[in-house]
Every structure is written in C-alpha cells, then in structure tokens.
Design a protein around this ligand. Structure first.
Ligand code: ZN
Ligand code: FE
Length: 278
C-alpha cells in the first residue's frame, strides 16, 4: 500500500499555525479503481472515499487499526459505491456523504450535500466542489490542499460525459478544479494515466512534459505502484482538457473543422470526442 502523510493546514484565531495530520492510504479495488482511506491521526477515526467493494477496505481498516465513521462518495456509479451496503452493516452509525441530487442513487446515503456544507470526520473538516459533467451529481472533496476528484478529473484526462454536457465538464475542470492552488494534490478514481498520456501526446506531440510523465508513470506502474495523486501544476502541463489554449492542440483539433476558429469550449468538446474513440 502506498502511504502518504498529508499535513493539513488549519489556521486558528491566534494566527498560530496548527497542523492537523491526516494520513491517506490508497486502496486499489476491482480492475483499476482507487478507493482512499483517510485517517485522522488525532482520533484514529477514518473515512473512505469511493469504496468500490467492501473487502479491500475492511482489510485496510484492520491493518491500520482505525474506526470507520464516514464514507465519501464522489458520485453514484456502482464502481464507486459498491461497498456502501456492507460497510454500513459493519458500522451501522456510519455517515455516508454524497451530493443532494444523488438522493436515491447512492446506496444508504445519509448526508445530502448542498452549497456551503462541510464534510466532517474525526477532527477533520473538508469542503466540496459541485462539478457536474461525468454525472449530474458529481463532486470533488477538498481537505486543505488535498482533493478527491472521482471520475471528473483523472491524471492527464477526464471522465466521459454520461449525464452532463461538454460545457459543464469544461467548467468543472477549468473554472472549478483548475482554479485550485498549483500545489493541490489530486487523488483520482481510476488508474487510466498511461492511456490518457498516450492520448495527450497524440494531440500535442511537441509537449516534452507529457513524454517525460509517460516514462515516469510506466516505471511506477510496472513496479506495482500507482500514478495517483497528481497535482494541479502537473495537470496544467500535461492534461489536454486543461490545455484548450495550446496552439498545437488547437491546430490538431481544427483539422476536424478547418473553416472555423474554435473557442476553448469547442476545443474541449472536440478533444472529448476524439478521446471517446481513442
Ligand atoms: Zn463513474
Ligand atoms: Fe468509475
């Protein structure tokens, strides 16, 4: 398991800086899904992001000797909520968060998030971004400079448009997630990075950052490790869906529509269509 210590920054009224430790454990599930166990090291309480299935989560809870109090679902797809029911039967008091609009679609949901709501477990307090596009209820969880993006943003890619429009996804990626600080750590829902980077390279062959990351990710994954998390800084350099202003991408995409000058949203739409058949 990959363990990352995350120091979450919280300032208090005395302007003294206090650091509350949250530990993040990546748990691979199913074929290529990632669940994440978030541990509040002050209290020994834990939350799990998108439990695809119960058993690997149970195993890690035992391993870490923590108490699961919370499930954080980024959206209602079965590969992100598959463990909800069984974990609820293990921990009947568990809180299960999701967007308010996912009511009836997230099994056993108890918390229905609306604008301005907070997400709490142990001594940790987080927020969320409502970022429709992949689904109509998709959200990203935020704890300080750590974000859990589900199937909205992947390293070098984004989720398919199952329920949202291309413009909604453009907005979610570029005007919401993309506006987070450069050093934000982004933990995403699937290990698709190598394929995403190959696509990124196909529309931007001159981007050496993509090439370099592809080599790094291949090495990581072949050694049994994972490509999660990424950062905003990295994504701005390598993710075509955050690079709709790139001259090379615009040129490649314009070949599909040589008559017209494309807006960034049109470039985005064309990229998503190209990726669907890549
Ligand atoms: Zn999904
Ligand atoms: Fe998924």
């Amino acid at each position: 398991m990959v363990r990352l210590k995350q120091k979450l920054h919280q300032s208090n009224l005395n302007k003294k800086q206090e650091f509350q430790e949250m530990e993040i454990v990546t748990i691979p599930c199913l074929q290529d899904n990632f669940s994440y166990l978030l541990i509040c090291t002050k209290t020994g309480e834990a939350a799990v992001v998108d439990p695809s299935e119960a058993d690997p989560i149970r195993k890690e809870i035992k391993n870490q000797n923590v108490k699961l109090t919370t499930i954080l679902n980024t959206h209602h797809h079965w590969d992100h909520v598959g463990g909800n029911k069984e974990l609820k039967s293990d921990y009947p008091e568990i809180k299960i968060y999701g967007h308010s609009s996912d009511k009836g679609r997230i099994p056993e949901q108890t918390e229905f998030l609306e604008d301005g709501d907070h997400v709490m477990f142990g001594k940790q307090s987080g927020e969320f971004l409502y970022n429709p596009g992949h689904t109509s209820g998709a959200i990203t969880y935020l704890f300080g400079n750590t974000a859990f993006t589900g199937d909205t943003l992947f390293a070098a890619g984004c989720g398919r448009l199952f329920e949202g429009t291309s413009d909604q996804m453009y907005n979610s990626l570029n005007n919401l997630i993309g506006k987070l600080p450069e050093n934000t750590q982004l933990y995403f829902g699937h290990e698709y990075t190598e394929n995403n980077l190959r696509f990124a390279l196909s529309v931007e062959t001159g981007n050496t950052k993509i090439n370099k990351k592809l080599i790094d990710v291949k090495r990581l994954c072949s050694s049994g490790s994972f490509s999660t998390p990424t950062t905003i800084a990295d994504e701005k350099q390598t993710n075509p869906f955050l690079r709709c202003n790139s001259d090379e991408i615009k040129r490649v995409v314009k070949l599909m529509d040589p008559e017209n000058d494309l807006t960034k949203k049109e470039v985005f739409r064309a990229l998503r269509e190209l990726k669907d058949v890549f």
